[in-house]
Design a protein around this ligand. Structure first.
Ligand SMILES: Cc1ncc(C[n+]2csc(CCOP(=O)(O)OP(=O)(O)O)c2C)c(N)n1
Length: 622
């Protein structure tokens, strides 16, 4: 086994072509085996095996900077940079991350998780290198899906004009999570079938020779070369128009060819774009045939490709069914996704109502502005988006939607802790940032029935911007639909008021039950709407219990608990004891949600402990 002997990228550099090919085969088996246990981004990683090996043959990632876009395709890189033996901890609590993390290894040049920033980051690193008179290469590795995001265009626009030496490797598999969309993706599809421009250039360089005279002719005859090129490879690429030297397209599963191309690109002293054609899921038939399903997988049987656990209903699937039902009754209802049709549950809507379904690509800001225009012209747009990615559309929410009080419904999926994807993917900001927006209504269903109910109210009855926020995965044991009230009392008590929203209400109810067995009677309040905030019921309860605990899985500063505390203080009814349980000021890491809730003291057991502490305090005082 060659893979077992690879301790660092230096060992990869020692391999010849045949050994490199063998290493790629071994890496594929390794990925399938490991990810079948841990879950993770399998298809994207299978697609970049040869590319990553070639990168490590040519570059020194300790010194050179390799910037991953999204970063979900970094597994091979991790396996080759000293972390192979940690793969059984991949995406687990305390284990290695499924995304690049500079704190994990000096080979991880930059944080990644959200798409389309790699060109900007690589350009900035190239600028830093030049300004500091240093010598290293900067490489951005970006997929065709991420390339369609607006931020990529800003990066290309700036980089192409800068003339700064850097390499953008475009990993073009024709896929985002689902089939890629947009005009650029059509342009790439055309380029994919073109003969390689690189071959022509190489031939041209070969005939001009490597001698001093030949090199001079080569440099001096640039115009002739360009004319000749156009006669061999007709039409210019988008990238050349943007100021890049375009190379490719090259077969992304030919490790020798890739190595050669990268060596060539490394010699250039300008922005270079290397276009690489890959197959998402390469080498594992189940993933090749269904790359969307194997984009991000839960543990599966490697022999059958089937998940180890049956797919159960989730908030996303319930959202998908409900929005399709709403569309059946109202032909103005449109659904928008930013490249997340499967993840947000919109697949069946897309099939049922293709003319009212819009996948805009990885372009959350654009999706929000587009929804605003639709609402202005009388449609009923619903933008389904993960909480953490909606961060990209925040200004558009304020400027394009809220200022004119437009009726756009935001279906904010993955609100709260998401689990194994970790820091970059937790939806731990939306409860704060959504609540800041004037005119907005933010609804928080605690179970599937409430999601159905609130979505219908949000689309059919409310006006202005509406966000319905719900978590990843399934519901808990709280099953009732608490109705139209902003706040409902689920349990009455005298010793403390416990208060939360969304699925966390289950932890409060569990805690209240355990507390009652310990002789403490807790009042449990459930907030259906966190903006605007109706504090009357809370104030009443706090007057009685004098103690308040607010449970949330979002950041601490500006959380609902802080807002309530401020309102109560203004009204002169501050509780004797206030316990705010939330994520505080740190980024929550990866892990399953139970582990993370426990780590942050958000689980029933931790709530009981905190309550016992303050209740005993008062007994001690009396
Ligand atoms: C801003 C943002 N929106 C959405 C996502 C979710 N997402 C993760 S990977 C991905 C598809 C990326 O496609 P591509 O760049 O072509 O990479 P591939 O997986 O095909 O290699 C999407 C939409 C994200 N990470 N960031």
């Amino acid at each position: 086994m060659i893979l077992e002997r690879i301790q660092s990228p230096g060992d990869v550099k020692k391999l010849n072509d045949a050994q490199s090919r063998q290493l790629c085969d071994e890496l594929r088996n390794f990925l399938i085996e490991e990810v079948s246990h841990t879950g993770g981004h399998l298809a994207s990683n299978l697609g970049v095996v040869e590319l990553t090996v070639a990168i490590h043959r040519v570059f020194d990632t300790q010194k050179d900077r390799l910037v991953f876009d999204v970063g979900h395709q970094c597994y091979v890189h991790k396996a080759l940079t000293g972390r192979r033996e940690l793969f059984d901890t991949l995406r687990q609590f305390g284990g290695i991350s499924g995304f690049p993390k500079p704190y994990e290894s000096e080979h991880d040049a930059f944080i990644a998780g959200h798409a389309s920033n790699s060109v900007s980051v690589a350009l900035s690193m190239a600028r830093a290198r030049t300004l500091q008179h240093q010598h290293y290469q900067v490489v951005a590795l970006i997929g065709d899906g991420a390339l369609g995001g607006g931020l990529s265009f800003e990066g290309l626009n700036n980089a192409g004009a800068s003339g700064e030496p850097m390499i953008v490797i475009l990993n073009d598999n024709g896929m985002s999570i689902n089939r890629n969309v947009g005009a650029l993706s059509k342009h790439l599809a055309k380029l994919r079938t073109r003969p390689e421009y690189y071959n022509f250039k190489k031939w041209y360089r070969d005939i001009t020779g490597t001698s001093k005279v030949g090199k001079t002719i080569y440099r001096a005859s640039h115009t002739l070369k360009e004319t000749l090129k156009k006669s061999v490879v007709p039409g210019s690429t988008f990238f050349e128009e943007m100021g890049f030297t375009y190379m490719g397209p090259v077969d992304g599963h030919d490790v020798e060819k890739l190595t050669e191309m990268l060596r060539w690109a490394k010699e250039m002293k300008c922005p270079v774009l290397l276009h690489v054609n890959t197959v998402k899921g390469k080498g594992y038939p189940f993933a090749e045939n269904n790359p969307g399903r194997f984009h991000g997988v839960s543990p599966f049987n490697p022999l059958t490709g089937k998940p180890l656990q049956e797919n159960k209903a989730t908030f996303s699937s319930v959202f998908g069914e409900t929005v399709a039902d709403l569309a059946a009754g109202d032909d103005k209802v449109c659904a928008i996704t930013a490249a997340m049709a499967d993840g947000t549950g919109l697949t069946s809507f897309a099939k049922l109502y293709p003319t009212r379904f819009f996948d805009v690509g990885i372009a959350e800001g654009h999706a929000v502005s587009m929804a605003a225009g639709m609402a202005k012209q009388g449609l009923h747009p619903v933008f389904a988006v993960y909480s953490s990615f909606l961060q990209r559309g925040y200004d558009m929410m304020i400027h394009d939607v809220a200022l004119d009080n437009l009726h756009v419904v935001f279906a904010v999926d993955r609100a709260g802790l998401v689990g194994a994807d970790g820091e970059t993917h937790h939806g731990c900001f939306d409860a704060l940032y959504l609540s800041q927006i004037p005119h907005i209504t933010v609804l928080c269903p605690s179970n599937f029935s409430e999601l159905r109910y609130m979505l219908r109210i949000g689309v059919e009855e409310l006006t202005g911007p509406v966000a319905v926020r719900y978590p990843r995965g399934g519901e808990g044991s709280y099953q009732a639909v608490s109705g139209r009230a902003d706040i409902v009392e689920l349990r009455s008590g005298n010793d403390i008021t416990l208060f939360s929203y969304g699925v966390l209400i289950n932890n409060l109810l569990d805690a209240a039950e355990q507390l009652s067995q310990l002789g403490i009677s807790a009042s449990v309040l459930k907030l259906n709407c966190i903006a605007p905030l109706d504090s009357r019921v809370i104030a009443e309860s706090v007057r009685k219990t004098k103690r308040l605990l607010v449970l949330e899985d979002c950041m601490g500063v500006g959380c609902v608990g802080q807002r309530i505390a401020a309102i109560l203080a203004q009204e002169g009814i501050a509780p004797d004891r206030l316990i705010l349980k939330n994520l505080g000021t740190t980024f929550a890491t990866q892990g399953n949600v139970d582990e993370l809730e426990h780590a942050f003291g958000l689980d029933a057991k931790s709530i009981v402990e905190s309550v016992l502490e303050v209740c005993h305090e008062r007994k001690d005082e009396t």
